[in-house]
Structure formats: C-alpha cells, structure tokens
Design a protein around this ligand. Structure first.
Ligand code: BMA
Length: 309
C-alpha cells in the first residue's frame, strides 16, 4: 500500500507525494499539465496527459512509470490537434481530456475535439501509445466527457457522455453497433438541486464492472458566487441496462481541499480521468488538480461501494 493521507471527510486518500506530475516535469515549454488518463502496459503504468501549450490550446503527451507514481514524460507530444484532413476544422482549439478504455484488446481513446463550433467527442486508437489513429468524430458539438464501456452490453458498444441542455450538463448513455454510429441515447443522471453536483455532472472514469453493477466515478460541479467547484463522486448503474441507476452517492468521495487543488489556472478542481485497479484491491484514481497538475488518490472498490454510495 502506498503512503496516503486523508483530509476532511474524503473517502479517497491522497498520495503523500502529490502532485504526481506538474509542469516542471514536462520536458518542453508548455503552460500546464492536467487530466491524465492511465494505461496499464507490460512496462508499467503510462499516463496519456492533457498538456496545454503556451499558445492556449491542448494536446497530449505520454508519461511512463514503473509504479504508477513516479513518471517520466516523453520528449515530444504524442498527439497534436489535426491541422489537415476531416478532423482539422473540429480541432482548431485543441484536443482535451483523453479517456482510455481497453475494449476487445484494443486501446481506444475518447477525447474532446474543440473547434470553431464547440466541443465534440472523438474516437482514436493506439497500438504503441505514441502513435494515434483517429477513427471518427462521434458526437455533434455541445458534448464532452465521452467514455467507452470496456465491453459490449447486450451485443452493442456503449458509451457515457455529457451533452449540454439548458446550460446544465447531465450524463447520458448511447449505443453503437460499430463504435462510429451512435444512438438510442438516454439520460442517466442529472444535476441535483441543493447538492454538491447541482450544476453539471459528467462521466470521469471508464465504468468499473462489479458484482453489484457498473461503478461510475463521475465529476459534479456546484456553482457558487466564487465560481464552480469540481468534486468527484460515484454512481452504480445496472449491469444489463446501465441507463438505470441502482444507487447514487449523496456525498462526494473527493473534494478540493489541498492547496494544489485550490490554487491554479482554474481553482477548486478535482477532475478524474481514469483509475488503475490492482489485485490487492487498492485502486489508484488519477485526477487533474486545479487544471494545473495531476494527482493520485486511492481507495478500494469495496470502500466506494459501501462508503461512497
Ligand atoms: C471541464 C473540462 C476539464 C476541466 C474542468 C475544470 O469542463 O474542460 O478539462 O478540467 O472543466 O476546469
């Protein structure tokens, strides 16, 4: 078990060595690094990082680690916004918030393509973690936080995402026969007036299959007079029909409290983009802190199912 500490009433334990990655670790000039998604490889844990360049738009870099805690970042970015071809118009303002899912032994990345018309969800895949093949833009604008389920459900691929309606963002589910054409969309959870997630909710981590159902670690936003506060929470979805909520935690599992979560380009942000499960039961959740660094916090799946819900 890694050394962690608990602050306030958070269910997650922050690693004592947080942040795991800061801009000082990036071997080229950039503005900030945050929202990294983990990939478990034969060589250890890699993180596909969102880096925001000095120009202002984001792209992806790769960090490599043996232990999931100490990372070295490759000398060059691994995926830049497309500047030609069918994706270019939709990535003029960058690519953001990658989320990796291993599905049928392929490493897929769902990311947000940001262009002149707004944010769309896009799908890519990689075999070597340094070259990425774009597959398709899989939503219209006004959508982000797309994440694939790690297996087909009732014969179809499934994803969570967050379209914006009436300025409030909810988590939706859609299905596909081929990962490119999506439909049968239904709402899964909405913001809850009076709660920590009263303004927006979005999927954060690839759904984790448990005996009780799909455990989804999501982010919830509360709007305050001081701006938004991004916290992390959990919801349990039905195994066969994940549009059905079995249980939703009424409290967050992690809220910004440490200075690195409170102070940064965007203050008061804990924003998860992936988790690594281990045989010991300890789960490492990677999250962006204040849009300025990447941190890790731990817990067991049982804790999330018992204390989180
Ligand atoms: C969300 C996304 C994230 C970001 C978060 C907090 O809407 O854009 O990339 O970390 O806001 O600023």
């Amino acid at each position: 078990m890694i050394k962690t500490r608990r602050r306030g009433r958070d269910i997650l334990h922050r690693w004592e060595g947080n942040p795991v990655i800061t801009i000082e670790d990036v071997p080229f000039r950039a503005n900030t690094v945050f929202n990294g998604t983990p990939i478990v490889t034969e060589d250890g844990v890699y993180l596909l990082l969102r880096v925001e360049g000095q120009q202002g738009y984001s792209f992806f870099a790769l960090a490599r680690s043996k232990d999931g805690l100490h990372f070295t970042i490759d000398e060059k970015p691994v995926m830049l916004p497309a500047r030609q071809g069918p994706f270019a118009f939709y990535e003029t303002a960058g690519i953001e918030d990658p989320r990796v899912t291993i599905l049928e032994e392929t490493c897929y990345v769902v990311y947000t393509a940001v262009g002149d018309c707004g944010s769309r969800i896009a799908l890519a895949k990689t075999a070597d973690y340094v070259t990425y093949e774009r597959i398709a833009l899989i939503s219209e604008p006004g959508n982000k936080d797309g994440i694939l389920f790690p297996r087909k459900i009732n014969g179809r691929y499934a994803r969570l995402d967050r379209p914006i309606g009436l300025d409030r963002g909810s988590i939706w589910i859609s299905y596909s026969p081929d990962l490119v054409n999506w439909g049968d969309s239904e709402v899964v959870i909405t913001p809850r007036p009076g709660y920590w997630d009263d303004f927006r909710v979005g999927a954060s981590v690839t759904p984790i299959e448990t005996q009780q159902g799909w455990l989804e670690i999501y982010h919830g936003v509360k709007m305050t007079s001081g701006g938004p506060i991004y916290r992390i929470g959990v919801v349990l979805l039905d195994s066969d029909d994940p549009s059905k909520v079995i249980k939703r935690g009424d409290q967050p599992i992690l809220a910004p409290r440490e200075e690195y979560e409170r102070v940064g380009d965007i203050p008061n942000v804990c924003f998860a983009c992936g988790a690594v499960l281990s045989n010991s039961g300890e789960t490492k959740i990677y999250y962006g802190a204040a849009d300025t660094s990447i941190c890790v916090a731990t817990c067991t799946i049982d804790q999330l199912l018992i204390e989180g819900l």
